[in-house]
Write a protein that binds this ligand. Structure first.
Ligand code: SF4
Length: 385
């Protein structure tokens, strides 16, 4: 959305791991916009931005940085955005707007990383993206890494020479929404790609020696295809060997095509315990790769299931097995505590005072209506999407 008051455009989404990145919008929304589970850009039309518009945004960002650095010089801090400058900018609301504040925070954290928005920015011509990258690095010499989302469909059509040009210009990491390696599941959720295309895309990016993050959605196969989803996703990941495998558990969002499928009885999401079993099967089947499994989203029940392959695989599986060996009551308490943001690790179940407090909440729900605790847990998940 454009406004005369805004110094530059910003899209709505970034990966969780890019929380510290400056956001530069290359394209608006998603050119595909049909994935059944996705609500990110619904009813928003895709458009390319022109190179002069994007360069104009980079220059506007530079002007904000210059203003903040001049403030720092006046304060005797030689242009460095210190904690004191940050407090000044964040504390004096009428003088500094949201753009000043986010730039101050970015510079305070070192000004090292940039994320290119929105969902599939590399549909832009490679030459134009190279020009954007060159401008970014020359205007902000502190930048060390630039990352972006890319659909496999787009990545697999880009020749390796173009990937090498992007890498040479400083594009360092690609985030791909793999979601599943099962063709059945990919068709069911209208991903617009196949397992083979996922593999081709991943291998091209790896040939350019770029970092590659692949996002997987446990639960996306529903009850019907849970086993196939785990097995085929592992097969595709084993063929790619990405740097990161990022888990983001399914939560069906109201208003999406997947929610409609659910209402019609065409899709049944697996429950938490089934998803934990599915993740176990996925991790168990990962082999011959050196990826880091990351669980950096609150939707994941077992945050501790993360680590480097192959060495951390036994530990990740043992966390899952510990959870599965809990009694039904302990599992319910953990799930409620996790969804309330109280628990992060299974060890925390040993805090008896906290355990009993959560147990009382569950008893209170169940006294009102059998199954109400489950419904409350499901409602809590809505807060995280
Ligand atoms: S490609 Fe990504 S942003 Fe676009 S609809 Fe699918 S999940 Fe959503």
């Amino acid at each position: 959305m454009e406004s005369l008051m805004e110094p530059y455009e910003q899209g709505p989404i970034r990966p969780p791991s890019e929380a510290d990145s400056l956001l530069l919008r290359l394209t608006r929304n998603c050119p595909w916009n049909r994935c059944a589970f996705c609500s990110s850009y619904k009813n928003a039309r895709f458009s390319l931005r022109s190179l002069p518009e994007i360069i104009g945004d980079i220059d506007a960002m530079r002007r904000i940085a210059d203003k903040l650095e001049a403030l720092s010089v006046r304060d005797g801090q030689r242009g460095t955005i210190s904690e004191g400058i940050l407090r000044l900018v964040w504390g004096q609301a009428p003088f500094y707007d949201a753009y000043d504040r986010s730039m101050a925070l970015w510079l305070f954290r070192g000004g090292t990383s940039v994320f290119l928005q929105d969902a599939d920015s590399l549909v832009m011509k490679t030459d134009a993206v190279v020009s954007v990258l060159r401008r970014l690095y020359s205007v902000f010499p502190s930048i060390e890494r630039v990352t972006t989302y890319c659909r496999s469909h787009t990545a697999a059509r880009k020749p390796v020479a173009e990937w090498l040009a992007l890498k040479g210009a400083g594009l360092t990491r690609i985030h791909i929404g793999l979601e599943s390696g099962s063709d059945t599941v990919l068709t069911m959720i209208s991903k617009g790609t196949t397992a083979e295309t996922h593999v081709e895309a991943g291998l091209r990016i790896k040939k350019a020696v770029m970092e590659l993050s692949e996002y997987v959605i446990p639960g996306l196969g529903g009850e019907d295809y849970s086993s196939e989803h785990a097995r085929e996703t592992a097969r595709v990941l084993n063929a790619i060997d990405p740097d990161f495998i990022r888990l983001r558990t399914l939560h069906v969002v109201r208003g999406t095509p997947l929610a409609q499928m659910m209402r019609k009885g065409e899709f049944t999401p697996p429950d938490d315990d089934r998803i934990v079993l599915e993740i176990r099967a996925l991790i168990d089947a990962l082999s011959g790769i050196h990826s880091t499994v990351a669980s950096d989203h609150i939707l994941n029940l077992l945050e501790e299931v993360q680590g480097r392959l192959p060495q951390d695989k036994p530990r990740m599986l043992s966390v899952i097995d510990r959870y599965l060996a809990l009694s039904p009551e302990q599992r319910l308490v953990f799930r409620l505590g996790r969804r309330q943001g109280i628990y992060r690790r299974l060890d925390e179940l040993s805090d008896q005072r906290r355990y009993q407090e959560l147990k009382q909440i569950i008893d209170h729900y169940e006294a009102q209506e059998t199954g109400l605790a489950e419904k409350r847990i499901a409602l809590l998940l809505n807060d995280y999407v």
